[in-house]
Design a binder for this molecule. Structure first.
Ligand code: NDP
Length: 334
């Protein structure tokens, strides 16, 4: 095989506040031939995710910061073009953490072989991937069950759209919030939410109260900030919060003050539980069995927004932060 060139994105500078295209740099690098114990992979789909904004800061967190001048990382689905590892064959489909590039050579560490008959394969970045697992783990951690009324914020996104549907499959009542009338319509008419509202239309608490007048038992928090404050007010005594993310704050240079009504945690005897999905990767087989079955039986709908071409990956990332995605934001490589 002739030597390949891979187009890849690096972090050119660290954003302050909202990131922009200037923070990214497209470079080309020669792809070496795989040595013994290595595979050559062509990426088919790459993921852009909210947590990547955190990795752009030069601050210690649960994942190390991206380094300036290094190719960015992220989940990707690729096809093995050449294998010098006995357990991998040409044509195998693999999940890696080597996104933001067209090709790579790697040993088997960090590679997970996938069922190549699944269509679309991008499902492994969304409903059957990290976002779907986050939805499933989050609901399990607060033991969501039939009699609960559940509020999901960021409900039209990758995690939220799966969390709301899985909660419905457990027999709960579900209300979702999202940032456009089209998303609200989709939640009710396509995904079966009992109610939904556009958080940009007015106060969150009044809209939540109107949508679920009896209050809520569980809040699945993807947004933090004003959504968390509204949920604290709407939760019943002994209510539960699963803290998945706080996207409303990721681009704030100075973090806004916390919810003004945090003391309701005490007076209402609330429980708030946080989690990081990577701690739960050992549950992937069980997750794929349950959620994969729901999906193949048509009980769970997959939503994704697909942007074509590696050159558009930074714009797809920015658009996702601004809310132009419905379901999982995916970048499809040519
Ligand atoms: P999404 O697919 O939901 O995309 C992000 C969405 O956030 C946008 O589409 C936009 O939708 C919404 N948004 C942006 N700014 C705001 C705002 N100020 N207020 C309300 N909504 C906003 O992303 P994911 O599903 O991948 O992630 C959702 C959340 O889950 C994030 O907070 C993420 O960090 C977290 N997460 C946590 C994990 C964990 O391990 N704990 C794992 C995976 C994700 P809209 O149009 O509705 O505004």
């Amino acid at each position: 095989m002739t030597e390949l060139t891979s187009r890849e994105f690096q972090l050119a500078s660290r954003p302050s506040g909202w990131p922009s295209l200037e923070n990214f740099r497209l470079v080309e690098s020669k792809v070496p031939h795989p040595a013994d114990g290595q595979v050559l992979v062509r990426n088919l789909f790459i993921s852009v995710d909210p947590y990547m904004r955190g990795r752009m800061k030069d601050a210690k967190s649960y994942v190390p910061p991206f380094q300036l001048g290094n190719t960015l990382e992220g989940s990707a689905i690729g096809e093995v073009l050449e294998s010098r590892i006995p357990t991998f064959q040409q044509g195998d489909i693999v999940n890696s953490f080597l996104g933001w590039r067209e090709y790579f050579v790697s040993d088997e560490r960090g590679l997970r072989k996938l069922d190549k008959t699944v269509r679309p394969l991008s499902a492994y970045l969304g409903i059957l991937g990290m976002p779907g697992l986050s939805a499933w783990v989050g609901l399990n951690l607060v033991n969501v069950r039939g009699e609960d009324a559940v509020f999901v914020s960021g409900a039209a996104g990758a995690v939220g759209s799966v969390a709301g549907q899985l909660a419905k499959l457990r027999g709960t009542k579900v209300v979702g919030s999202a940032g456009s009338p089209e998303k609200v319509k989709m939640l009710i008419e396509e995904l079966g939410f009992d109610a939904a509202f556009n958080y940009k239309d007015g106060g969150i608490y009044p809209q939540l109260k109107k949508s679920m007048p009896g209050g809520i038992d569980v809040y699945f928090d993807n947004v933090g900030g004003d959504h968390l404050e509204a949920a604290l007010s709407a939760l019943h005594t002994n209510g539960r919060i699963i803290a998945c993310g706080s996207i409303s704050m990721y681009n704030e240079e100075v973090p806004p003050p916390g919810p003004r009504n945090l003391s309701l945690i005490t007076t209402k005897r609330l429980t708030m539980k946080g989690f990081i999905v990577t701690d739960w990767f050992n549950q992937i087989p069980e997750f794929l069995k349950e959620v994969g079955a729901f999906w193949s039986q048509g009980k769970l709908k997959m939503k994704e927004t697909v942007v074509e071409g590696i050159e558009n990956a930074p714009q797809a990332f920015l658009d996702m932060l601004h809310g132009s995605n419905v379901g999982k934001m995916i970048v499809k490589l040519g």
